[in-house]
Design a protein around this ligand. Structure first.
Ligand code: TXE
Length: 478
């Protein structure tokens, strides 16, 4: 069986413990590879390597750093098919989706930040002609990057690329549930001669490897994407050490559909925003609020379309939904569907596991109505192919529903009234608002949430600024 290895100081290494964890294919329910069960000893070696590589990497010219990163981007594109296959096997997502979205985005992440640093600039403040203050933005040191399983390579590179581009070295940990594409990325770094020790990848459990990275005194900056509870644990560890922290956490995103919307577009996009990647995207809309005038028509048409969505073998080009990522996650999603029924919800379609002839963890896309906005089903992140529908009458009412959770990541608004769109967008308590579209991701825009959805912003200059420390230099003019 294939064994994944850590990548430390440019070497493929076994974990110090020599212990391995099982890695499952969620479509078959079978173990298909082994991953290092690393611990603090491996993290210590990775930090040591990253620290040693920092002076040379941070003093390279921007063009040189950029070129190293572009080499990686190019090789990711060249190995697209293999990476997509690995991602689909590891995660359960449809192969076509990994080919179309996940892997190309990993290339784009490297390209985007590799070229962004060539166009960077900083501020200068003239103090009444007496002094000049300029802002130097310098790399920080060893950055810790911890990423989740839902968009494995996409989110791993979304953190690593800006950290590296701005001159830091990195110790990174992919999710233990989906480690394969990160392992292939380490092979790519090796193939293109990426400088040793600049990017180190340590595999293993969050409670061992993730916490060792967070606790390490020589890792002053942490970028994390994952569950809100894990985010709290990381924040508790990082706070007394005064680490710089970016946390991208869960969501319970509202999808608000006004009766003056373009119904065809709202219907088509809402199918995607509800069920893309089996609903396992932090940006998926999980609470659909539909204005009463079109509620019945929208509901009928939406449910008809959902019933037609094919669930099954991630390798088939015609499946819309593959497997959910793991057995515990499968059980969690099903338990939320049971909870919704107990809370008085009516399942309009779906709600059950799908056989798919593969023994894996498949769930029907599920639509539920008849719940209150305050019940647990509508308050807690399910992170699966489950959405609820609820009618509303007024703008004030729907804003109260939309803003009435502890989360605040993204929201979607459907209306053809431009003034209303601006008004609603301004009043939504979320870091991202999409009007008449969903998941349009311009990499330059600030990305992140408010409330329990996280702290800080990723993307564009926000990310480059996060991964650097601003220093004010003041010089008298006379
Ligand atoms: O994520 P975890 P889980 C949500 C979603 C999901 C829930 C839990 O609701 O059901 O979170 O998912 C590492 N110190 N999201 O438990 O554990 C872990 O190894 C440092 C939303 O799978 O947060 C992995 O690499 N690191 C989310 C990463 O954290 C630790 C995407 C994320 O795993 C750690 C995924 C620790 N103590 C889940 N414990 C999104 N925002 O997109 C774990 N990790």
């Amino acid at each position: 069986m294939q064994r994944i290895l850590n990548y430390i100081n440019g070497q493929f290494t076994e974990p110090e413990s020599r212990a391995y964890l099982d890695n499952y294919n969620p479509a078959t329910g079978e173990v298909y590879s082994l991953i290092p069960d690393s611990d603090a000893a491996d993290v210590a070696l990775a930090v040591q390597a990253a620290k040693a590589a920092f002076p040379s990497w941070s003093s390279l010219s921007r063009e040189e750093r950029s070129q190293h990163m572009l080499n990686v981007a190019k090789r990711i594109s060249e190995r697209l098919d293999e990476l997509a296959e690995a991602e689909s096997t590891d995660n359960g997502k449809p192969l076509w989706l990994a080919k179309k979205v996940d892997i190309p985005r990993a290339t784009d992440n490297f390209k985007f930040f590799a070229t962004a640093i060539l166009h960077d600039s900083s501020e200068l403040h003239d103090t009444d002609g007496l002094y000049l203050n300029y802002t130097l933005r310098q790399p920080i040191g060893v950055a810790g990057c911890i990423s989740p399983w839902n968009l494995p390579l996409y989110l791993f590179t979304w953190k690593i690329a800006p950290a590296l581009a701005s001159g830091n070295t990195v110790v990174a940990k992919p999710s233990e549930i989906t480690p394969m594409s990160a392992y292939l990325l380490s092979q790519i770094c090796d193939e293109v001669g990426f400088p040793k020790g600049v990017l180190n990848i340590v595999h293993g459990l969050g409670a061992k490897v993730g916490s060792a990275i967070t606790e390490h005194p020589e890792v002053p900056i942490i970028s994390f994407t994952g569950g809100t509870e894990t985010g709290k644990t990381i924040a508790r560890t990082a706070a007394p050490m005064f680490k710089k922290l970016s946390l991208e956490l869960g969501g319970k995103n509202p999808n608000i559909i006004f009766d003056d919307c373009d119904m065809e577009n709202a219907l088509k996009t809402s199918l995607n925003s509800s069920f893309a990647n089996q609903g396992q995207i932090c940006l998926c809309g999980s609470r659909m609020y539909i204005q009463r005038g079109i509620y019945n028509e929208f509901k009928t048409r939406f449910v008809e379309e959902v019933k037609r969505m094919k669930v099954g073998n991630p390798q088939s080009p015609d499946v819309k939904l593959g497997a959910v990522v793991s057995k515990p996650h499968f059980e969690k999603i099903l338990s939320y569907i049971e909870l919704a029924k107990e809370e008085g919800g009516t399942v309009l379609c779906g709600g059950k596991p799908v056989e798919a002839g593969m023994n894996g963890w498949f769930i029907e896309p599920t639509v539920i109505e008849g719940l209150t906005e305050t019940c647990r089903t509508n308050q807690e992140e399910i992170f699966g192919p489950v959405v609820t529908l609820q009618p509303f009458d007024t703008e004030e009412e729907v804003l109260a529903y939309a803003n009435g959770t502890k989360y605040g990541l993204a929201s979607t608004v459907w209306t053809n009234d431009l003034t209303k769109a601006h008004r609603i967008a301004a009043h939504l308590h979320t870091g991202i608002v999409w009007v008449n579209c969903w998941l349009v991701r311009d990499l330059r825009t600030p990305f992140g949430g408010v409330k329990n959805s996280g702290v800080g912003r990723e993307g564009g200059w926000e990310a480059l600024r996060f991964f650097t420390e601003p220093k004010n230099v003041c010089i008298p003019l006379s």
